[in-house]
Ligand binder design. Structure first.
Ligand code: SF4
Length: 380
């Protein structure tokens, strides 16, 4: 198999407070475990680095949870540890996810010094009342201040996360949220529709009829307005939910969408390396116990059959607006894409859900709206 770029993901499963919609592996009120957790992450690095001695790390993504709940010094120490353990590219994209309530100028200064060159801030809405209703503990002003500090300190690549389809959110408020983010002149914008995940407080409120989310029609309208609006402001939509100024696409996430190789470290982290995949215990204590006993945090692992790898490459690649490169597909799987999927491509073209050119296949806006249906045609 062709050895491509490699991404490194570190998971920080701690948050100051749990948001009401969140089902990510992250916990509040467990700050007492943070030092021990950091030690476990370093111990896992000691083991995992042996798997990739000949590979160069092209991207590092510190995600969560809220990585910036850790002190600047701890994060800097970890970054140094990573650089000492792996062969990290000089041009590596190094991202940290941050929530405004955990940022201050001094911490950002340390992060910048540590080599973090991409900041991804959770904003979610342009109105304080909506942010509050999500159970979040910052304001729009906090976001603006964080972005300003980051700019002053020389961060040149900043992403903001926004969510649409929030309870009682109007279309105008969504467009206003986009404007607030654009007003900060950021390089990248992620816009996700609220999903009511089972087990979250929002899910239960919805069931009891206490959550007034917009109708599907309004929610779709929010999505459909977003692309052209951001396009007109100089941002290109390169993935269903992601927009960037030219050249500022998130290289780390592109590894996922191109079904590439990545190593995940920390509780609940997933890895995919050269046809093998594994995931760590998401329960922090079980993760740390596993590290202490065996040096690794792995709970499940499997070898991915080649036909599954092919399908996953299609599934992930069709999220990208540019679609799937025919050349990359053939280099990876030995045969042209048409060899495996000619029928699917032809049927979907007739349905106006997919288009192809010499270099790639990609979904039309209609295909993007019905991705699940599209994928059925690619299943063996
Ligand atoms: S800050 Fe993010 S990870 Fe933490 S609880 Fe909220 S949504 Fe979940």
């Amino acid at each position: 198999m062709k050895k491509d770029i490699l991404g490194l993901y570190i998971h920080f499963p701690f948050c100051r407070r749990k948001c009401l919609y969140c089902d990510f592996p992250s916990y509040s009120g467990k700050e007492a475990l943070m030092d021990e957790y950091m030690a476990a992450v370093k111990a896992e690095i000691d083991q995992v680095k042996k798997l990739v001695v000949e590979r160069e790390v092209d991207t590092i993504f510190c995600g969560g949870g809220t990585p910036t709940l850790f002190s600047g010094q701890k994060l800097e120490e970890l970054l140094t540890y990573i650089k000492d353990s792996f062969s990290v590219s000089q041009k590596a994209e190094i991202t940290i996810e941050a929530n405004p309530e955990t940022l201050d100028r001094q911490k950002l200064e340390i992060l910048r010094r540590a080599g973090i060159n991409r900041l991804s801030i959770g904003m979610q809405a342009g109105q304080d009342e909506h942010i509050k209703k999500l159970g979040r503990i910052h304001t729009v002003r906090d976001v603006e201040r964080s972005v300003q500090w980051a700019r002053d300190l020389g961060f040149k690549n900043i992403n903001l996360d926004l969510m649409f389809g929030l309870p009682n959110q109007s279309l105008d408020e969504w467009m206003e949220s986009l404007d607030m983010a654009l007003g900060m002149d950021i390089e990248h914008l992620s816009t996700y529709g609220l999903i009511l995940e089972e087990g979250t407080p929002f899910f239960n409120l919805q069931r009891q009829g206490h959550l007034n989310t917009p109708s599907e029609e309004v929610e779709r309208e929010m999505y459909h307005r977003t692309g052209p609006y951001l396009q007109a402001k100089g941002y290109t939509q390169y993935e269903i939910s992601n927009f960037a100024k030219p050249g500022m696409e998130c290289r780390h996430n592109l590894i996922y969408w191109k079904n590439g190789d990545y190593i995940g470290i920390g509780g609940g982290a997933h890895s995919s390396l050269e046809g093998k995949r594994w995931s760590n215990y998401s329960d922090i204590s079980k993760y740390m116990d596993s590290i202490n006993d065996k040096g690794v945090g792995k709970e499940h692992g499997q070898t991915i059959p080649i036909e599954e790898q092919r399908f996953e490459t299609i599934m992930m690649g069709l999220r990208l607006i540019e679609g799937i490169s025919k050349l990359e597909f053939r280099e990876r799987f030995g045969q042209p894409l048409e060899y495996y999927y000619r029928d699917a491509v032809e049927i979907l073209k007739k349905k106006a859900m997919l288009e192809e050119n010499e270099n790639s296949i990609y979904l039309t806006p209609k295909g993007m709206d019905f991705q699940n249906q599209v994928l059925l045609y690619f299943m063996d």
